[in-house]
Design a protein around this ligand. Structure first.
Ligand SMILES: Cc1cc2nc3c(=O)[nH]c(=O)nc-3n(C[C@H](O)[C@H](O)[C@H](O)COP(=O)(O)OP(=O)(O)OC[C@H]3O[C@@H](n4cnc5c(N)ncnc54)[C@H](O)[C@@H]3O)c2cc1C
Length: 431
């Protein structure tokens, strides 16, 4: 690198930064990808799945060579009461319909950065970026702990806290209600036991979401995913709820592990990792300005997480790619001002990223208002219903239907219950 100068500097080698780097390198641009970690992904926390579609657009056929753990062939939802559970799932019929893969971030991020390096990107690990370099009111590069690097454009992909976006006024502090703390354990289980418990084959995997149980009545969602020979188990909880309920994150995770349904999956396992991380969850209403003169913002730094569909990595990769494509256009025009870089937001708007976030711009508020219904009442009703359906005892079925129906109406209110009332009337009251 001549005189510490490249065309584009990317700060952060997570999914957003790596996809920006590879896109720029493929276009023949000189690009420096800087990350504070000793190795890409070392400090990155994750407990789930990467999505095949957007990933393959950047890394074609990635599953053939990338360090994926398992192809997700089943997605499940667990509704927990204090002791019981109802589980339902969607098992993909055909392997051709692989949609997602479980990965370990340390391995995955490293592989992605290696692909970018193979295309010609410079990677600088152990490089903590202290601030953006500003000269005559213009961003001209970065200041690391030890040296300065210069570029025409900086892509900020430094994750949820994004000190750099804050430095130039693109981001404010996130409000407590718009960010979640995620805590997670990786629990090692012999491969055969794991596959038996989840009823999956050698390469196949299962991704579960968990509602209720110890997480009832709080804005929290659990997750459980299968790696090759370990399970990632955790939950995320909104920071304001954490404070309001005075939750001790680790204790709540312990309670989740002790729930009889969850305990049966992790029985005999050994915790090999415990970690926590923030997830930006404000969605569409919290998207900051994502471009300025000589600067673009991508991934979590731009709050691109769709928490209704548990999507973050795919939006990070997509936004990194679109930021890189915008940078390429600007470099080719020799104009890196905001008037050219603003086309980044247009690209985001034309993609699923803004469309999906806009679709859900009020969904979290609705969930927040109905959190008791979703995490406490529905799991309870679902368990009651299956109990009613399956218990063969001396209580007449009609009495059971009446009891269930009256509980349902009392808890949901008459308007929400009308369709169910009609359905059930016949069974309960018709002679
Ligand atoms: C527990 C958990 C479970 C999740 N599950 C899923 C899931 O199932 N599916 C999904 O799609 N998403 C999931 N997500 C969200 C997903 O992980 C993020 O949306 C995604 O990682 C964002 O990528 P990014 O590149 O923007 O940021 P990050 O992955 O956070 O990467 C930012 C990078 O910037 C580096 N960095 C930060 N500051 C500096 C600095 N000053 N100098 C140099 N380097 C710096 C960091 O070291 C890091 O490597 C989950 C998140 C968590 C915490």
């Amino acid at each position: 690198m001549e005189n510490n100068k490249v065309e584009v500097i990317i700060v952060g080698a997570g999914p957003a930064g790596a996809s920006a780097a590879i896109t720029l390198a493929r276009a023949g641009k000189k690009v420096l990808l800087a990350d504070r970690a000793d190795n890409a992904g070392d400090k990155n926390v994750f407990g789930g799945t990467i999505y095949a579609k957007q990933t393959a657009e950047i890394y074609p056929n990635f599953w053939k060579t990338a360090p994926v753990e398992r192809a997700v062939t089943e997605q499940k939802i667990f509704m927990l009461t204090d002791c019981d559970s109802v589980q339902f799932g969607y098992k993909y019929a055909s392997k051709a319909s692989y949609k997602a893969f479980t990965v370990k971030r340390a391995n995955w991020d490293r592989w992605c950065v290696e692909q970018a390096q193979k295309e010609g990107a410079y990677f600088a690990p152990k490089t903590l970026v202290k601030e953006l370099l500003i000269e005559n009111g213009k961003v001209v590069g970065i200041q690391t702990e030890f040296e300065k690097f210069y570029s025409d454009i900086v892509i900020i992909a430094d994750g949820v806290n994004s000190l750099l976006a804050k430095q130039i006024g693109l981001r404010n502090e996130i409000k407590d209600k718009d960010v979640s703390l995620s805590v997670k354990e990786v629990i090692e289980i012999p491969k055969e036991n794991l596959q038996d418990r989840f009823n999956i084959d050698d390469e196949d995997g299962c991704a579960c979401k968990i509602l209720g149980g110890p997480l009832k009545d709080i804005m929290a969602l659990g997750f459980m995913c299968t790696n090759k020979n370990s399970i990632a188990l955790g939950y995320s909880v909104s920071i304001d709820e954490l404070k309001k309920h005075n939750i001790k994150p680790y204790e709540l995770l312990e309670e989740l592990k002790e729930h009889p349904t969850i305990a049966s999956y992790i029985k005999g396992g050994k915790t090999i990792e415990y970690s926590s991380h923030l997830i930006p969850e404000g969605g569409y209403n919290c998207i900051p300005k994502v471009y300025d003169n000589r600067v673009l913002v991508a991934g979590d730094a731009a709050m691109f997480v769709n928490n209704i569909h548990f999507e973050g990595t795919n939006l990070a990769m997509l936004s990194g790619k679109l930021a890189a494509e915008t940078a390429i256009e600007a470099l080719n025009l020799s104009d890196c001002s905001a008037s050219v870089l603003c086309s980044y937001y247009k690209k985001l708007e034309d993609s699923i990223l803004i469309k999906d976030l806009r679709t859900h711009k009020n969904t979290i508020d609705v969930i927040r208002k109905n959190i008791h219904t979703l995490t406490s009442l529905y799991p309870e009703l679902a368990c009651d219903f299956f109990d009613l359906l399956t218990a063969a005892d001396e209580i007449p079925k009609r009495a059971k239907y009446r009891k269930f129906l009256s509980k349902f109406i009392k808890s949901r209110g008459i308007t929400a219950s009308i369709p169910f009332v009609f359905l059930a009337m016949e069974k309960c009251f018709k002679k």
